[in-house]
Design a protein around this ligand. Sequence first.
Ligand code: FES
Length: 179
Amino acid sequence: MQLLEGEKEEILACVKDVLGGNSKTQENLIPILQQVQKKLGYLPTMAIEKIAEGMDVPAVDIYGLATFYNQFRLNPPGKHEVKVCMGTACYMAGGDITLESFQRRMEIDEGETSQDRYYSLGRVACVGCCTLAPVAVVDDQVEGKVTPTRVDGLMLALEEGRDDNSSQQPDSSEGDNNE
Ligand code: FES
């Protein structure tokens, strides 16, 4: 995932700030990751590397921690977030097909964000609307009976909201900083 213009500076300042406000001990690692994620919205690769450097721990250990706890996200949130319910009722009603439909149309996998950061796609556990299965949560709005045809309709509505300024552009002066 490419960084946006100015994002590199924002990440460096954020990590510096958070590390400066905490003692760099092993037990503070999770609170530090939480604080960085709260400020940036996710844990960019660059932030993880700078935290590792600052705390003198291997970056791979921090990745291990960040991927173990699902409170952490390694991809930035998209402008539109879609979460497909994978609770039992929704799964039985075709939740996996709903998820695949979104994946195909967004051209991303579950857990990913599109390069222009317009979409991110994930899964949720039961949201308490099982009678509407299969369910998807689109920008915090619960949508029921989400068949592939309904996915087309939802995607159309999201695409209609797209304009030239609606998605953030990667910083063309940067390389691929967050792979
Ligand atoms: S299982 Fe999906 S809303 Fe309950």
